[in-house]
Design a protein around this ligand. Structure first.
Ligand SMILES: Cc1cc2nc3c(=O)[nH]c(=O)nc-3n(C[C@H](O)[C@H](O)[C@H](O)COP(=O)(O)OP(=O)(O)OC[C@H]3O[C@@H](n4cnc5c(N)ncnc54)[C@H](O)[C@@H]3O)c2cc1C
Length: 471
């Protein structure tokens, strides 16, 4: 049995930094067979408990070793509707892989020896998509005449729609934006998640009879009461966390300071990297600074660097993060890729004030150096400012990527829908039902910013409860 992990093929850093094409190329059949063959097929597979939706990893890896790729795909699909997406974006190093017995224990992330479960999930997912393997069919639930509204087309909404459609329920999905996919479309760049993968998953929902209504904001075009009057038996809210947080420091209203949401939406949803072929521009600077350390910050920095190169500007994009490298919340692969592509990291740095020119455009950022103190409520060591450690960085475009809050368009006009102090919708954990009967919720609108697989896990639970209710 092979001991060494099979490395995944990637486009080299210099080539890929000049375009928006996918960076990670995926396993070939031989590579997937070798990597799946490393699995020890543990009696008590801990990896499964590391997966937020409990995919039967042991079985799907075994099926790959037997060349039963359709079987592997169907095993994953029992728990996860979108393996090709999750295989590309799941933070496996904190989830299934860290629980793998081959990963060295006591480390903050999975070590390289752990099975590359995410790459194998992607292999099986892409096989299923390429070979049009049909998803496991649902039980006949006798719910043909029921109609359910799904609000929001991010991973939570898409997953819930798929589950309901498989149970024979008519699903109509309302999305405020003109394109479908939520963060998968407007946040995560195509070099991480190619749009044909997302389009294919959405197409498969259309083929299952799900109807999509874009450019429709529930809470503005129609409220929940009107949806029930229109004959919907239940509503699922997958509204997401799309409201950016800001630093709240002086000068933050200067020109060329973007929230990560606006920056990424311009680049990814509106294809600003193809401007003027695409209609939306985005400003590109000579010294671009991204503040934050999560996936959003990595995506913004890697987009910024690409835009500089594609516009003949010497790459100069820096991430400023207030803690140290080990606390960076982004996926480890994204951090590695950002570094390889030339993004610079200045760690233990806290911005104090943006300074601009006479025309109101940002020019510099005044910062303080930090050191780490005791762990805070998040369990991570708290950054403490070092007095007198002031310094400035050049910055003619800044992107603030320090967190997202609940989308509140609907909750603000629906007083009966109970929310917590963060504006997140409160649900019954067993059913995901909200304070309004027959209104369910899941994803980032419940409990704040999470991951794609967590959003899907909640949506699946809500779909199960909706199906039970409608019976
Ligand atoms: C830039 C970025 C990168 C990320 N990278 C990763 C990653 O690599 N791996 C990972 O696991 N997670 C990642 N995440 C987190 C992950 O994307 C989210 O946890 C996930 O998308 C949440 O799904 P959701 O369906 O709840 O919400 P969203 O994806 O936010 O979708 C919500 C949708 O609802 C729509 N909507 C909101 N209100 C209304 C309304 N009233 N009427 C109609 N439509 C409405 C919105 O327009 C949006 O399309 C990332 C997040 C960001 C921002």
């Amino acid at each position: 049995m092979r001991k060494e992990p099979v490395k995944i093929k990637e486009i080299d850093a210099k080539t890929r930094a000049g375009n928006f094409n996918e960076v990670v190329l995926g396993y070939s059949e031989d590579e997937a067979l070798c990597e799946a063959g490393r699995c020890l097929q543990c009696k008590n597979p801990l990896c499964i408990s590391g997966c937020p939706v409990g995919i039967d990893i042991k079985t799907f890896l075994h099926k790959i070793t037997q060349k039963d790729y359709a079987g592997a795909y169907n095993t994953i699909r029992e728990k996860n509707n979108f393996p090709s997406i999750c295989g590309r974006v799941c933070p496996a190093e904190y989830q299934c892989r860290i629980a793998c017995v081959l990963s060295k224990k006591g480390q903050p992330f999975a070590t390289p020896q752990a099975i590359n479960i995410h790459f194998l999930e992607r292999f099986a997912g892409d096989y299923g998509m390429r070979c049009s393997v049909s998803a496991p069919s649902a039980r006949n639930s006798g719910l043909k005449l029921k109609k359910v509204a799904v609000v929001g087309s991010g991973p939570a909404g898409l997953c819930c729609a798929g589950e309901l459609a498989r149970a024979g329920i008519k699903v109509i999905m309302f999305e405020g934006l003109h394109k479908l996919g939520g963060v998968l479309r407007y946040g995560i760049p195509p070099f991480r998640l190619p749009r044909n993968i997302l389009d294919c998953e959405i197409e498969s929902l259309k083929n299952m009879g799900v109807e999509f209504v874009p450019n429709f904001i529930v809470g503005k075009n129609k409220d929940l009461e009107e949806l029930f009057k229109d004959g919907f038996a239940a509503v699922f809210l997958g509204l997401g966390a799309g409201i950016p947080s800001f630093l709240g420091i002086k000068g933050e209203n200067l020109c060329n300071i973007y929230s990560a949401n606006e920056f990424l939406t311009r680049v990814n949803l509106m294809s600003a990297y193809e401007f003027p072929k695409a209609h939306s521009p985005v400003n590109i600077g000579k010294s671009m600074v991204v503040i934050g350390g999560g996936n959003t910050a990595m995506d913004a920095a890697r987009c910024a660097l690409r835009l500089q190169l594609m516009n003949g500007i010497a790459p100069n994009t820096t991430i400023l993060y207030r803690r140290s490298e080990v606390e960076l919340p982004a996926r480890r692969l994204e951090i590695e890729h950002a570094k390889e592509e030339g993004v610079q990291f200045r760690l233990l740095v806290k911005p104090q004030e943006f300074m601009g020119d006479e025309n109101g455009f940002v020019r510099r950022l005044h910062c303080l150096q930090c050191e780490l103190g005791e762990p805070d409520s998040s369990g991570r060591r708290k950054p403490l400012e070092i007095p007198g450690s002031d310094f400035e960085v050049d910055c003619d475009v800044a992107v603030v990527a320090i967190g997202l809050k609940a989308n509140q368009i609907l909750t603000k006009v629906t007083p009966a829908l109970k929310t917590d102090k963060y504006g997140d919708v409160i649900v019954e954990p067993e059913t995901m039902e909200t304070s309004i009967k027959n209104v369910f919720a899941g994803g980032d609108i419940v409990g704040g910013e999470g991951t794609v697989i967590e959003a899907m896990g909640m949506a699946k639970k809500a779909a199960g409860a909706i199906i039970e209710r409608l019976k």
